[in-house]
Design a binder for this molecule. Structure first.
Ligand code: FAD
Ligand code: NAP
Length: 549
């Protein structure tokens, strides 16, 4: 459906929203519902965020389609039909566009425009926002819906510019697609993106060389076509199931075994893992209640997965290289695949251990490790993202006294509830660091944050207030709580992007809140119900000044 361009002459709005992924789109819808004016800026040429950018072969979600979708509109969730159990990127992008058109969102979204600066004006209590297209907009509230995994990371290998072939990052895949047939392709990285892309690229390429630094645990997805029966079972109980999912730890409905892996006999434990491996997907990690907190329990699950890899991969050395051993399963995000390990049985696929012999340089004809040289036509970087803080900190954000967010987060992000940060009034973060975000079905977390922010804005408006800010004390207490909960688990023992460990020089801080989506929601709701405890709510700046006179 054609959409009209946003009104670019409007320089004062109630709310500026940065980003038009699922978070920004829903935020716009809710803000309009309050009768407020809003302008969305989006760097891409379309909606969908993650699903706009990540078009690599094999890209799909690993949360079931029936759950990885908006729940706020009964009509929307009833009318949309998913074709597979786990939707592919093109289908999710079609869904995002369907929602945008259905809710007529695009008329308030300015595409191909990156927000570069945001400054809080203490005299007016407004944010002054600037873009790379020369826009200057003033807004009472600024909502950063910039995404947790939206700043692709390219390692700085020497010689990269000299490469004669083509290079691609999975997070910036060309829209017209890439024909890999007849090519010698090198893939750097073996995270979720690579694990999805490798089996598909192996079918096209003449030769595929995978450069692996750290192996990952991966569970088969058992994806398949959506059946009318399965879809019907969800749609007939959608409201109840969604309501239940919101209370769950990961915002996903699945069967959680409340037993410890150590309290059951060996054969029962094995049966549980086998059933979950056969069923597929991330529910494997719910096989026992203590896999994330007890190393001995975790070892039983990790060893089960390593055994499966040794069974699937015919070459014993390759199997051993693919079997993760030096961190607990689930402490780096668990991967979900379709025939990933099987792909290493193909004649045209080989695995190179770049932990043992690191990549020394990219050469004009390929890549050289400290041990060998590889001739390649195409290089695929599946090297991940500057997660959780990357996109927020790319914007030069200045709060009270001109204080910069980059400076204030120099030692790692500090927020209250992952929603706001002290010194930056009226700046909301959707799925910010300190919230469960990336440890959840993200659409559930996005909806929860957007609903909370909308209620908050409404609360302020109804009371003639125009400013909300997290206090330093509440923020300190929240950061301490986030850390305490994280360090009670095995998560911090892995060099993961949750810890900022994938970015050289990034502070090592466990960024997401691991206390669970359901419990976190309850906390946020209580805080709001009690009049926004831990936040300072103030009157319009002029009235405050008059009251002081
Ligand atoms: P995004 O979708 O990242 O959108 C943010 C948008 O903000 C982007 O379009 C970006 O261009 C824009 N932006 C950023 N900075 C600026 C700026 N300064 N100015 C203008 N625009 C800006 N989550 C799950 O729950 N399940 C999954 O299976 C799953 N699979 C994933 C697969 C991949 C390949 C990746 C990368 C992530 C996956 N995720 C998954 C996480 C996914 O990011 C979220 O589910 C969700 O799509 C995030 O939506 P968002 O709107 O918060 O952010
Ligand atoms: P990632 O998990 O961070 O993986 C990046 C990979 O690149 C890692 O294997 C990393 O190795 C490697 N790497 C980085 N720099 C390197 C270097 N200099 N030399 C050699 N190897 C290097 O990134 P991702 O795969 O894009 O996934 C990011 C997140 O996006 C996921 O965790 C998930 O949350 C989401 N995602 C989800 C899905 C899905 O299944 N739905 C799909 C894709 C992405 P090290 O581990 O050694 O650092």
């Amino acid at each position: 459906m054609p959409h009209s361009a946003p009104n670019r002459t409007e320089t004062r709005v109630d709310v500026v929203i940065v980003g038009a992924g699922f978070a920004g789109m829903y935020m716009l819808h809710r803000v309009r519902g309050l009768g407020l004016s809003a302008r969305v800026f989006e760097a891409a040429s379309g909606v969908g965020g993650t699903w706009y950018w990540n078009r690599y072969p094999g890209a799909r979600c690993d949360v079931e389609s029936m759950q990885y979708s908006y729940s706020f509109s009964p009509e929307l969730q009833q009318e949309w039909q998913w074709s597979e159990l786990f939707a592919s990127q093109p289908e999710i992008l079609r869904y995002a566009n369907h929602v945008a058109d259905r809710l007529d969102l695009k008329r308030d979204i300015q595409f191909d425009t990156r927000v570069t600066d945001a400054r809080f004006d203490e005299a007016t209590h407004r944010w002054e926002i600037a873009t790379d297209r020369g826009d200057r907009v003033s807004a009472q509230y600024c909502v950063m819906a910039t995404g947790c995994l939206s700043t692709a990371r390219m390692p700085d290998f020497p010689g990269l510019a000299s490469f004669k072939g083509k290079t691609y990052h999975t997070g910036h895949w060309p829209h017209e697609g890439v024909d890999l047939s007849g090519q010698r392709v090198g893939v750097i990285g073996t995270g979720s993106s690579a694990i999805q892309a490798i089996p598909v690229m192996a079918e096209q390429a003449r030769e595929l060389v995978v450069f692996q630094r750290t192996p990952n645990y991966s569970i088969p997805s058992r994806n398949g076509p959506m059946t009318a029966e399965y879809e019907g079972s969800w749609k007939s109980e959608y409201e109840e199931r969604r309501a239940k999912a919101r209370t769950m730890r990961g915002g996903i409905l699945y069967d959680i075994n409340e037993k410890s892996a150590l309290e059951v006999a060996e054969d029962e434990r094995r049966r549980e893992y086998e059933a979950r491996w056969a069923a597929g997907g991330t529910a494997f990690m719910a096989a026992f209640s203590d896999l994330a907190v007890n190393k001995q329990s975790n070892d039983t699950a990790a060893e089960f997965v390593r055994e499966r890899i040794r069974e699937i991969v015919k070459d014993a050395d390759t199997a051993e290289l693919l079997a993760a051993k030096d961190y607990p399963i689930g402490t780096k995000r668990i991967c979900v695949d379709t025939h990933y390990f099987e792909t290493y049985n193909r004649e045209n696929v080989s695995l190179v251990d770049v932990r043992k012999a690191p990549i020394a340089e990219i050469t004009p004809d390929g890549l050289r490790t400290t041990e060998a040289e590889y001739q390649l036509d195409t290089l695929v970087f599946a090297t991940g993202f500057d997660a959780m803080t990357g996109s927020v900190l790319k914007v030069d954000i200045r709060g009270r006294d001109g204080q910069s967010l980059r400076d204030s987060w120099e030692a790692g992000p500090r927020t209250y509830l992952g929603l706001m940060t002290a010194g930056f009034p009226n700046l909301f973060l959707i799925t910010g660091p300190g919230s469960p975000s990336v440890l959840s079905n993200m659409i559930v977390s996005i909806e929860q944050h957007v609903d909370w922010v909308t209620d908050c804005i409404e609360h302020l408006g109804a009371r003639g207030l125009d400013c909300i800010e997290a206090t330093v004390e509440s923020q300190d207490a929240w950061v301490a709580h986030v850390n305490e909960v994280a360090y009670g688990t095995l998560y911090p023992s892995a060099n993961s992007w949750y810890m900022g460990a994938n970015i050289p020089g990034k502070p090592r801080v466990f960024m997401p809140y691991i206390g669970g989506v359901g419990a976190y929601r309850q906390k946020c709701d209580e805080i709001a119900a009690n009049g926004y405890t831990g936040f300072e709510l103030t009157q319009p700046a002029r009235e405050t000044a008059e009251a002081a006179d």
